[in-house]
Design a protein around this ligand. Sequence first.
Ligand code: GRF
Length: 196
Amino acid sequence: LSIVVLISGGGSNLRALLEAASDAEFPARVVAVGADREADGLDHAEEFGVPSFTVPFTSYDSREEWGDALLEQILLWEPDLVILSGFMRLVPPRVVEALSPHLINTHPAYLPEFPGAHGVRDALAAGATQTGASLIVVDNGVDAGPVISQERVPIEPGDTEASLHERIKPVERRLLIDAVLDIANGHIDLKELSRV
Ligand code: GRF
């Protein structure tokens, strides 16, 4: 299973995938890493000898033109699966249509609770006693697609956004790696899952 991972930040989830994929038994390979900016996480790709590309959001006049340029880069690698992992841009409809349902996203909350760019902060602000991590098939909504897998994560008294996010990320990483395994060996059928 050939995977392209898209990031915007530190890429800790990406690193976990790169580490898992470096095991010869793992039935998937990260063939390229893409970013919408000079993301720190691109260093992980370099360390694992995986090609990377950057399509800076700020270099384009519109979201659509940026999206088309991003899609062009992604398709060069002919991936079976594209994973948004800490990718902080909404993917334009043309890109979603071209890749669906082989486009999935990790989110640090128990969707549909707390969608959007600040899911961790929002859960804390809401005074929730638990949140979670979710893996979804990307559609044209914001973190609104079909849930592939998700798991609850407790919120502890005194948690900060950082401490809570650090508790969520290992769960995200496990959900992501398990889902890649299940997709690679056919236990998860994304077409089936995304049939409305
Ligand atoms: C992850 O929790 C991801 O779900 C969210 O942002 C975080 C990115 O972390 N969108 P990293 O870049 O993988 O370390």
